[in-house]
Design a protein around this ligand. Structure first.
Ligand SMILES: [Fe+2]
Ligand SMILES: [Fe+2]
Length: 295
């Protein structure tokens, strides 16, 4: 990155810091997520310690079990205990499950202003996570990424929009107006308005939440995944999934126009798109996952 661009990035990151510092009611992640991460990092702990921690929080345990038994995980036999889920899924999957279950909860309380359709927002967020997860499984680079983390990155990618709407309302309205009047995307309208973008704000929030760096970078670069010197695999796959879902909003049945540079970066064969679409539609089902996560 050239020094001028780097300096500009640092300046914008410190503007995001100032903004987030100024928000007293900024959503926080429940302590259980931090505790689970600490247990995982502790070499003396076991998967049973994680299971015990989740089981102590009955609403969370219930949500985790509903997720495990949803079409998303495709378990052949019903899973009825957290200990069983832990032994089947492993600690990493469980950690990300707890993270995703809590992200929606952390944002559920922000209902002051509703300037955009929140149900459609969560549907899009969950669908992006799901499609990105299906895509990474078809990529030749799949071994370099954890599919559960990819799902979490997709779920979180637009979270900065909620912060913009709730705490920078005038800017948010201005962006929406520009987008509508000029028929351009929300992201391009942000650039036109020269304000902080939802991707920068979302990444700043994720950093505060001490979410793993690859997820933070995926949020930061989901609209420009190839802009850095070494593109992030997760940013590329989230960007591709996001783009496909926007195409589906315009024409649900039309074939996807896939960005060849991103396909190349993640080593995904475009001929796999039919299978990816079928897997995605099956896992999305009738929106069960959205209902579990946001219910
Ligand atoms: Fe976005
Ligand atoms: Fe998006």
């Amino acid at each position: 990155m050239c020094p001028e661009i780097e300096l500009n990035c640092q300046k914008r990151e410190s503007e995001v810091e100032q903004l987030l510092d100024s928000i007293v009611t900024l959503p926080t992640l429940p302590a259980v997520v931090t505790k689970i991460t600490a247990i995982i990092d502790d070499p003396d702990s076991s998967i049973n310690d994680v299971a015990r921690l989740i089981a102590k929080d009955p609403p969370l345990a219930m949500k985790v079990l509903r997720l495990v038994n949803s079409a998303f995980y495709g378990m052949r036999n019903p899973v009825s205990s957290i200990a069983h889920a832990a032994s089947l899924l492993g600690v990493n999957v469980l950690k990300n499950l707890v993270l995703t279950a809590n992200i929606c909860k952390a944002f559920g309380g922000l209902k002051g202003k509703q300037l955009f359709d929140r149900d459609a927002f969560w549907y899009h967020s969950v669908a992006t996570g799901l499609l990105a997860k299906v895509m990474i499984r078809h990529s030749k680079k799949r071994s370099r990424s954890d599919p559960e983390e990819v799902f979490a990155a997709g779920l979180l990618h637009d979270i900065g929009k909620v912060i913009l709407e709730q705490f920078l309302t005038d800017e948010f309205i201005n962006i929406m107006n520009i987008s509508e009047e000029e028929g351009i995307s929300f992201y391009n309208a942000e650039r036109r308005a020269e304000c902080l973008s939802h991707s920068e704000i979302g990444a700043g929030l994720a950093e505060r939440w001490k979410i793993p760096d690859p997820l933070v970078e995926a949020i930061r670069f989901h609209h420009a995944p190839l802009s850095g010197s070494s593109p992030s695999l997760m940013a590329c796959v989230v960007s591709l999934a996001d783009d496909c879902l926007h195409q589906m909003e315009k024409g649900p049945a039309s074939p996807w126009a896939l960005n060849p540079d991103i396909l190349h970066a993640i080593e995904l064969n475009p001929s796999a798109s039919g299978e990816i679409r079928a897997d995605f539609e099956e896992a999305m089902g009738d929106g069960e996952l959205v209902e579990i996560l946001t219910g």
